[in-house]
Ligand binder design. Structure first.
Ligand code: GUN
Ligand code: ZN
Length: 663
């Protein structure tokens, strides 16, 4: 759910995810811009309450007051309200004040209801927060506005609040009152709150996890849909002689070595720092803290671009057992994560432990596998060298006696499963060969080069969770066949509980041909029957001379599709798009654009989100899509850059990268 974005403000654009250091309007001594800050947050209430600061801010603006020329967000005093129980400013006054001092993004006076309060209190305070949000919209003129999601630790209240606020016209949606949870390492509760909120907020607006400032949580928070972080942690920790690191916190008194390679850590030793005056030392540690925080933010953005954010999250969540709890909690949110997960990524899937079994790629595989043709017999082989289909061809097809595959050492002795199969309900007479492995469970050989079935790595030594996981997958999968023949290696590896009988002297006709393969890949990618619809006629398969892999599929001289080498999926040609459009029923894979956009689409120009009037809501980012008009006439085809709900919600930016237009 992590995303790269651009937030536009009157004082410039910033990339997200990003961190906003908290600036104290009266006491700040560190130039945070020097250490990577592009946007900061300060407190309008503190300025409002101090006559000197107030006058300066009203006269010269908040940018001059805190000496920062980039975007400034201001908070409203809600935090003081939650700390001291009372403040003397109204919602209306603080909104007007923020507008007057030239804040870029202001905040209304929400009520930060603490965690674990009685439901009645959370509901009551939520009503006030919502009223004030409404009032803030009426009061503001040009000020961009935050509207804070509250609701304590009640996910349904968070969801309700997000839904109501999401329908109003706010520019940023903070998720509030999580500081007490973060301070107590209750990351699992933060997860539940964030997902309840994010799942109901408009995808086109940034979400700000208020008060999250420890670099340890950035990757995780970004992966559940947070775009902005703010914190005074860099300075608060420094005052306490503590160094922030993505893997935790280090106290100066325990440091034998400096923890990183920033300027501070290379120029000073722990003893140098210890012998300094408190104030000087504090400044240096704060510099380190800022440096390391922005380094982590950059790492998160790079990981999102690479498609490896969850790999980073799995590393970071080993930093604290409660973070690991939160990571394990993702198990409850597989569906929503899958909806946001791009179909194809640049990086391979790395298994880092049982938590990886909850990843969206695996859930998706088990949904898509149902699109494949039904066969009556299943031959389950143990994993061997990837790509399986190529190496099994060497093992079996080039073997002088193909019916005698039981001799092959790699495959092991074969058994027949005696129970759990569906005993004769399927009428076709055909064989499916699949490899059984962690973490994807079942890999039908025809699709073994499709992302991420080939682009993944897992350790060969198995943990108990993986064994159980594969046993459960097998249990469901074998029910689809009349007869299941299985290698002893799988039985042993996964401790399978079935009854087996010897499997002997039966002739297994292995049909691993290219025509089958391209149809399977198309079915897996576009849905049941797509392979037959796309690849009919005088099919001619052209392979790469260098790698021997399938490259192009033609009907006579007409190119239908190209199989992309990097991720093993089909990229359509014009003819392929027309065939798929003919076959798939509306709205499947459709992006519908208005009449204004029609000529641009036909010329092959990319599609902007604001022109999209309807969509197949199940489209994922990086999917091959059909661009049509309201009459479902094919205008063009291309690759989605966002998922369906995101494309519908965004009013700026590209939605589809068009490959070709239909003239
Ligand atoms: N800073 C930290 N938490 C909160 C919150 O819930 N609301 C506001 N306005 N500021 C905060
Ligand atoms: Zn350092």
């Amino acid at each position: 759910m992590g995303r790269i974005g651009v937030l536009k403000t009157p004082h410039g654009n910033i990339k997200t995810p990003n961190l906003m250091p908290v600036i104290h309007p009266g006491k700040q001594t560190i130039d945070v811009k020097k250490y990577g800050a592009e946007i900061v947050i300060t407190n309008a209430y503190i300025i409002y309450k101090n006559e000197v600061l107030k006058e300066k801010a009203l006269e010269n603006g908040v940018h001059s007051l805190i000496n920062f020329d980039g975007p400034i967000m201001t908070d409203s005093g809600s935090f003081q309200l939650s700390e001291y129980g009372d403040i003397d400013v109204t919602n209306r006054e603080i909104i007007e004040f923020q507008e007057k001092i030239g804040t870029d993004i202001g905040t209304s006076l929400d009520i930060p209801t603490p965690p674990y309060v009685k439901r009645e209190r959370a509901e009551k305070e939520l009503e006030i927060t919502l009223e004030r949000a409404k009032e803030a919209l009426e009061v503001r003129k040009n000020l961009m506005l935050n509207s804070v999601v509250q609701g304590s630790t009640f996910p349904d209240l968070r969801a309700k609040c997000a839904e109501i606020l999401g329908k109003m016209d706010f520019e940023v949606y903070p998720i509030g009152a999580v500081v007490p949870l973060l301070e107590n390492y209750r990351y699992k509760d933060v997860l539940d709150i964030v997902i309840a909120s994010v799942g109901n907020l408009p995808p086109s607006r940034p979400r700000h996890l208020m008060g999250a400032g420890h670099p340890m949580v950035f990757a995780f928070a970004a992966a559940i849909g947070c775009d902005l972080f703010d914190s005074a942690a860099y300075i608060l920790y420094a005052q306490d002689d503590r160094f922030l690191m993505p893997e935790g916190t280090y106290k100066l008194e325990n440091l034998y070595e400096m923890p990183c390679s920033c300027d501070v850590c290379t120029n000073y030793t722990p003893d140098d720092l210890k012998s300094m005056k408190k104030d000087q030392r504090m400044k240096l540690i704060a510099q380190h803290n800022l440096y390391i925080s922005f380094a982590e933010i950059k790492k998160v953005r790079q990981a999102i671009m690479d498609g490896s954010l969850l790999e980073l999250v799995e590393q970071r969540c080993r930093a604290h057992p409660y973070l690991l709890d939160a990571l394990r909690g993702l198990k409850n949110y597989k569906e929503i994560m899958e909806e946001h997960d791009p179909l194809y990524k640049k990086s391979a899937f790395f298994y880092s432990g049982p938590e990886s079994l909850n990843r969206p790629e695996i859930l998706r595989h088990h949904k898509q596998i149902k699109r494949l043709p039904q066969k009556d017999k299943l031959l389950l082989l143990p994993s061997f060298r990837k790509p399986y289909s190529k190496n099994i061809q060497n093992l079996i097809l080039n073997h002088p006696e193909i019916e005698n595959i039981q001799d092959l050492e790699t495959i092991g002795k074969l058994y027949k499963i005696n129970d759990e199969t569906n005993n004769g309900k399927i009428e076709t007479n055909s064989l499916q060969i699949a490899v059984c492995d962690v973490p994807f469970g079942i890999i039908p050989l025809e699709i073994d080069e499709v992302y991420p079935l080939a682009q993944n790595e897992a350790p060969s030594s198995l943990d108990e969770d993986s064994k159980k996981f594969v046993r459960n997958i097998l249990k469901d999968y074998v029910k689809n066949f009349n007869e299941v023949i299985i290698s002893e290696k799988i039985i042993k590896k996964f401790d399978l509980p079935y009854k087996f009988e010897n499997y002997n002297n039966e002739f297994l006709k292995i049909e691993l041909n290219d025509k089958n393969k391209i149809k399977y890949i198309a079915d897996y990618q576009f849905g049941k029957g797509s392979g037959n619809a796309l690849f009919s006629g005088d099919i001619n398969i052209v392979k790469s001379r260098k790698t021997g892999k399938i490259r192009h599929v033609y009907d006579g001289d007409d190119l239908i599709a190209t199989l992309r080498a990097s991720d093993g999926i089909f990229v359509l040609s014009m003819e392929g798009a027309k065939r798929l459009h003919n076959y798939l029923k509306y709205p499947k894979n459709r992006v519908v654009v208005n009449t204004d956009a029609e000529p641009f689409a036909r010329e092959g120009k990319s599609i902007f989100a604001k022109f999209v009037i309807d969509i197949d809501i199940n489209i994922r980012a990086n999917e091959e899509v059909l661009i049509v008009n309201e009459k479902d006439e094919l205008l063009a085809f291309g690759k989605s850059l966002l998922n369906g709900p995101e494309i519908m919600d965004f009013k700026v930016g590209q939605a589809v990268k068009t490959r070709k237009g239909v003239k």
